[in-house]
Write a protein that binds this ligand. Structure first.
Ligand code: ADP
Length: 271
């Protein structure tokens, strides 16, 4: 079996059918008097790769943190896979979600952070098996088999018995990608995953993500400053400014014929 079909098998998720996977409905998020997201609406269909671009401070990371339930919206609702993330239905009423409900919905979401966030006291293999065993209740054997597959696919077979500090930043980030995929999420959130890396390590991580984007059905929502990567993998690019989507469309349109002056300014500063 080729590496590509292995990758596809290792990440396959039966819930990919082009239906709506993420929905933000009039989501507002404030920090004190700073309105970071302003009645934001957007949707992501299952299987699509969507990239969020825009100036620093425009609210992109806040969106990913809301999806991970690291933050709560002040107003509006978020749905993942048709289920409310932030709320649950009690009879006919919509009430703030309890911990158990949120945990269930969040199982569909995997995230890779800027700063890897690996467990420093665990070897690479255990970093990848820990959540499938303890959160999904997989057997240790099944979790290890899958971890080996995923670590092979991100090019780390030789490093399974090392601790994170024995790896380069790029290798650590590839462990973090394998760890996120091990939970078979429906959607993978990528938050500027190469911005903490030395420049020579960026390409290896982006290549792994390109492979995942091109050979699997996983839905991706990325915040990135790597515009070539965004152009390569995105079905849709959303341009943010001051907590709103000011322009969206396929990469060939956003990167070559942007309509909005702010988009043109932003792209000429970063390209
Ligand atoms: P981006 O990812 O587009 O750079 P962020 O979503 O990180 O933007 O931040 C948007 C705004 O929210 C910024 O002004 C930032 O300072 C502010 N912000 C983000 N997190 C917090 C927080 N925990 N407390 C206060 N302000 C925050």
């Amino acid at each position: 079996m080729s590496a590509d079909s292995n990758l596809s098998k290792a990440t396959a998720n039966p819930a990919v059918d082009g239906s709506e996977l993420i929905r933000f409905d009039r989501v507002t998020k404030r920090f004190g008097t700073n309105t970071v997201l302003d009645s934001l609406d957007f949707t992501v269909s299952s299987g699509k790769h969507v990239t969020l671009i825009g100036p620093s401070g425009s609210g992109k990371t806040t969106i990913l943190r809301l999806l991970m339930t690291l933050l709560k919206p002040d107003e509006g609702t978020i749905k993942v896979g048709g289920e409310y993330l932030t709320h649950e239905k009690k009879g006919e009423k919509l009430v703030p979600a309890g911990e158990k409900h949120t945990r269930e919905v969040r199982k569909n979401i995997g995230m890779v952070f800027q700063q890897f966030n690996l467990f420093p006291n665990m070897k690479v293999l255990r970093n990848v098996t820990e959540a499938p065993v303890h959160v999904l209740g997989m057997s240790k054997e099944a979790a290890e088999e899958r971890a080996h597959e995923l670590l092979d696919l991100v090019g780390l077979t030789e490093h399974v018995d090392k601790y994170p500090t024995q790896l380069s930043g790029g290798q650590q980030q590839r462990v973090a990608i394998a760890r996120a995929l091990a939970m078979r999420p429906q959607v993978l959130l990528l938050d500027e995953v190469t911005s903490a890396l030395d420049p020579e390590l960026v390409a290896g991580v982006l290549d792994v993500l390109r492979d995942i984007a091109h050979t699997t059905d996983i839905t991706m929502l990325c915040v990135t400053h790597e515009m070539n990567f965004a152009r390569d993998i995105s079905d849709d690019v959303l341009m943010f400014d001051a907590g709103r989507v000011i322009e969206s469309g396929p990469p060939e349109k956003i990167f070559t014929e942007p309509e909005h002056e702010r988009t043109r300014e932003f792209l000429s500063a970063v390209l």
